[in-house]
Design a protein around this ligand. Structure first.
Ligand SMILES: *Cc1c(COP(=O)(O)O)cnc(C)c1O
Length: 412
């Protein structure tokens, strides 16, 4: 089965109890049983069943299984947001006194979160980039994991997953990849050697801009060393599944980070068209980037352009696709604002992965709390415009951006 067929006919979607063609929504808080003995068995994990939606819900489980299958994982836990997915994945293996090595060029919220983790006693080393040569000197006996974004947003840097997973494994630590901007259409990091994959499902997986959510997928192959990863020690009897078991029965459950059942349903519907949307979005982004690249006073950053420093990864790791996000520098913040304000179709919104093209000035919004040097390491400058390309007709998008850029010169 190829990817688009598996989206609609994979194992995970053949299991609806009454043959429903979509996973039914169990919009309930709790589940009731015939007898107290039955409910006791559910709590003892001796009988399959659900008790309380924060701990488990069939519609949420259906969505988890689906993304797990698309990523080639061993198990997945859906979360209330992408941020809770990142936070839980890290906290599941780290505590006070531990260290982590993370890429720069990360999502603004993730950078903020890492500063919060520092306040909890976790030492965070921000590598200057995701090259193995920049990461290796930061590793030591206290390092518990390496974290990065497969295609960083908006910097558009690509992680070499096979090389970095080998480096991580040589140091006895897992590689955790935030693959939000790539999606399994572009790459499946677990199959390239990564150990845990995270998505903000709010973006491309949902695709319609109608539900916040996240997911953590565990490859189930990492050989945890319970002396080093002592946070998982209590779960050592589960061996390679210790990460998933601790996550589900401990942190995720106790911090109360479940995905809402209605959101799981919206995400399942969204996932149906993931392949089709990504193909169209990447095609449009490529055409728009190439049209803007010819303009003299605009500097375009898009993976699909041959001059991009990470362009070689498009064929090597990204299934021939350059992704749906591009950004361009305009010379000044004022000009960036003028261009954004003159666009007819692109919506000014702080999101990515919608059907509609979205634009934003990241420095004054998403990165407003991130210090200037960290902004620049993330590829965010005072004059950067970020575009999340949608599925409109590419000719309209190109005409619209070109008219807005031309007008921005006249208005000066
Ligand atoms: C949006 C985003 C997040 C955070 O996800 P939310 O669903 O907004 O909490 C994390 N990582 C990346 C790469 C993102 O784009």
């Amino acid at each position: 089965m190829r990817f688009n067929t598996s989206l609609l006919h994979g194992k995970a979607i053949q299991k609806n109890p009454q043959g429903e063609i979509l996973p039914p929504v169990s919009q309930v808080t709790a589940f009731c049983y015939e007898s107290m003995e039955e409910l006791e068995k559910v709590f003892q994990h001796k009988r399959m069943g659900y008790a309380y939606t924060r701990i488990g819900n069939p519609g949420i489980a259906a969505f988890e299984q689906r993304v797990c299958e698309l990523e080639g994982g061993a198990g997945a836990v859906a979360t209330s947001s992408g941020m809770s997915a990142v936070a839980l994945a890290i906290l599941n293996v780290c505590g006070s006194g531990d260290e982590i090595v993370v890429g720069s060029g990360l999502y603004g919220g993730t950078i903020d979160l890492f500063h919060d983790l520092e306040k909890l006693g976790i030492k965070v080393h921000f590598a200057k980039d995701m090259e193995a040569s920049s990461i290796e000197p930061l590793l030591n006996e206290h390092t518990r994991l390496i974290f990065g974004e497969l295609i960083s947003n908006p910097a558009q840097r690509v992680m070499d997953v096979p090389v970095l997973s080998e480096l991580a494994h040589a140091h006895g630590i897992p590689l955790i990849v935030d693959s939000t901007t790539a999606t399994p259409v572009i790459a499946r990091p677990l199959l390239l050697g990564a150990d845990i994959v995270i998505h903000s499902t709010s973006k491309y997986i949902n695709g319609g801009g109608n539900a916040i959510g996240g997911i953590i997928v565990d490859g189930g192959k990492f050989p945890w060393d319970f002396e080093k990863h002592s946070a998982l020690a209590e779960f050592r009897k589960y061996g390679k599944m210790a990460f998933l078991l601790r996550l589900r029965t401990d942190l995720w459950e106790n911090l109360g980070c479940c995905m809402a059942p209605a959101n799981a349903f919206l995400n399942s519907i969204g996932a149906d068209t993931l392949g089709l949307r990504m193909q169209r979005i990447c095609e449009n982004a490529d055409a728009l980037a190439k049209a803007l690249d010819g303009i003299e006073d605009i500097e375009v950053n898009y993976l699909g352009l041959p001059q991009h420093p990470c362009h070689a990864y498009v064929e090597k790791e990204l299934n021939g696709l350059g992704g749906g996000i591009l950004n361009f520098r305009t010379g000044s913040k004022e000009r960036a604002f003028r261009i954004i304000n003159s666009l007819k179709y692109a919506l000014i919104a702080s999101n990515i992965g919608d059907l509609r093209t979205l634009v934003i000035h990241p420095a004054s919004t998403l990165y407003i709390r991130v210090p200037r040097e960290e902004q620049e390491a993330a590829g965010v400058y005072e004059d950067t415009v970020r575009v999340s390309v949608g599925i409109e007709d590419k000719e309209d998008l190109i005409e619209d951006f070109i008219q807005a850029i031309e007008r921005s010169r006249e208005e000066q």
